[in-house]
Ligand binder design. Structure first.
Ligand code: DQQ
Length: 537
């Protein structure tokens, strides 16, 4: 069926067929970026979890490799689940992953490359005395998974964090090791947040508060903060918070308790889960991967023969301007796919206008846009839409200062479209709040598809224009506001806005202000994704 075939992305990472979920153990080694991922070799539905493996020179073009690990031991017979890589100072690579045992107990296992001189790291050895960790007293056998990358402390010992829960409190356990085969559970928990449920795929890393570069996970020095991220099993959403790590007492404290893990900032306000960062020693940056799942019916995934993609990897830095969030931005390598760009400077959008941007087909595009609103109008108004949230209404509802933005994956007649937009509210004290939203409610004529309005608040500082970047790839829209302060990934199932029929429009549905938009749209080339010459795939 053409419509289903059309959904396959052109420059996002995805296997040729079947089910994929979490990114695992990303790392850079001897000139290659490696991605491993949760994979079902048998079907487009979760199960038989195996580690898929692919390598790339630039995280855009990929070579699929044979599976790194399959569920063939008692300690991972029910799945080779999520794990992380640690590169030791002597060059060895340690992979810690969760195994679902033959009895469905979650244990942590050790694996390592058979041959460190192989840049492709084709063969993986599971340590013979696995598991190296079993659920400790007080932790249920199915609440113990997804070890982080390890970091070394001043006493020369490694620490690893593992997510869990006690009743409904999400927690991070901390373990100490010197050899990655024997571990000691440290007293207490590194962090806990009541009511957040099971923490999957915990991620923990330092960010520099003064430098532009990313930091190795073990970096310990002045001018840093630590980000703690958890994937909330109950909500299937990734949350993070910025805070301070105390390596003596083994605790982490959020800067702002009201924005703690699981109750504050989201890594991505759309369809995005189980994200994981790694330090890229090649370009001195921290990079994050995440799983973009499906929001259609499982039966549709079976029909199309595949499920899920990974995002375009994002660099992650601390936002020095706000001091209160991270910035995520597509890696610069994706810009190599930019073909001809078209500029649209100073497009005037009166209240209620929709303006087509004639670039031909817009199925694979990179859009960088800024918007300026009428300053006098902004200042004249008092108390507008206090309490607004993206989910309260979609792009059709007209407010005084919003929504305005772009319509992507839209057909010519606007019968199918995905608006990505800003919406400004103003409090009685004159302070503004800006929301960044992606409205999927009209994104597909298909009935069996989840269509929501996603989004969240985005800080817009004095003197800044409203800015957004969108990566559109057939059925995926990754949207970044204000340089990556707020990010939304949408999984779209268009039936009309496909192939040559997909268009881009500007729109301003605000009643109280004109908007001036300036943008560049690049057509995007397709990535080369090759199969490994082997009958294993
Ligand atoms: N996916 C893995 C688990 C992890 C979950 C299993 C998160 O290790 O907790 O496929 O999506």
């Amino acid at each position: 069926n053409d419509m289903l075939a059309w959904q396959r992305t052109a420059f996002h990472f995805q296997p040729e067929k079947n089910w994929m979920n979490d990114p695992n153990g990303p790392l850079f080694y001897k000139g290659w970026y490696h991605i491993f991922y949760q994979y079902n070799p048998e079907s487009p539905v979760w199960g038989n979890i195996t580690w898929g493996h692919a390598v790339s020179k630039d995280m855009i073009h990929w070579l699929h490799l044979p599976f790194a690990m399959v569920p063939d031991k008692w300690f991972d017979a029910n799945g080779v689940w999520t794990g992380s890589a640690t590169i030791l100072p002597d060059g060895r690579i340690v992979m810690l992953y969760t195994g679902a045992t033959n009895n469905n107990v979650q244990v942590q296992n050790l694996a390592y490359p058979a041959n460190l001189s192989d840049p492709l790291l084709l063969d993986w050895v599971k340590y013979a005395d696995n598991p190296v960790l079993v659920p400790p007293p007080g932790i249920l056998p199915k609440d113990f998974r997804d070890p982080t990358t390890a970091w070394i402390t001043r006493d020369g010992k490694w620490r690893v964090a593992i997510g869990s829960k006690i009743n409904t409190t999400g927690i991070t356990l901390l373990y100490e090791t010197t050899d990655f085969t024997s571990f000691e559970l440290l007293d207490g928990v590194m962090h806990a947040v009541p009511g957040t449920g099971m923490w999957e795929c915990v991620d923990f890393f330092p960010v520099s508060t003064s430098e532009e570069n990313g930091l190795d996970t073990s970096f310990d020095g002045p001018g840093i903060k630590h980000v703690l991220k958890a994937s909330l099993d109950d909500e299937k959403k990734d949350y993070y918070a910025i805070g301070t790590y105390d390596p003596i007492n083994n605790t982490w404290t959020p800067d702002n308790p009201e924005l703690d893990v699981g109750i504050g900032l989201r890594v991505d306000y759309g369809v995005y889960y189980a994200s994981k960062t790694f330090y890229d020693q090649n370009k001195h940056r921290r990079i994050s991967w995440g799983w973009i799942g499906e929001t259609d019916y499982e039966s549709d995934d079976v029909l199309k023969g595949w499920a899920s993609v990974q995002n375009i990897p994002r660099t992650v830095v601390f936002d020095k301007k706000t001091g209160s969030n991270i910035l995520q931005w597509p890696v610069e390598e994706v810009e190599k796919l930019r073909l001809n760009g078209t500029e649209f400077p100073g497009v005037e959008l009166g209240p209620g206008s929709v303006v087509p941007l004639n670039i031909g087909s817009a199925t694979q595009v990179d859009i960088v846009a800024t918007f300026e609103v009428d300053k006098a109008a902004l200042e004249a108004m008092t108390e507008i839409d206090v309490g607004y949230e993206c989910s309260t209404s979609g792009a059709v509802a007209r407010g005084t200062l919003g929504p305005f933005g772009l319509l992507v994956l839209s057909d010519e007649s606007l019968s199918e479209l995905t608006p990505v937009y800003f919406y400004i509210s103003k409090d009685i004290d004159g302070s503004y709040k800006t929301f960044f939203c992606s409205d999927e409610t009209r994104s597909s004529k298909a009935p069996s598809v989840n269509k929501r309005v996603y989004g969240g608040m985005v800080p817009v500082l004095e003197g800044e224009k409203f800015s957004m970047r969108l990566l559109v790839d057939h059925s995926i829209v990754e949207s970044f506001a204000q340089g990556g302060r707020t990010v939304i990934t949408s999984r779209i199932y268009p039936t009309r806005a496909i192939d040559g029929s997909a268009r881009v429009f500007l729109f301003n549905n605000a009643t109280g202000t004109s908007v001036t938009a300036s943008l560049t749209i690049w057509q995007m080339d397709s990535a080369h994704i090759h199969q490994f010459p082997s009958d294993q795939m």
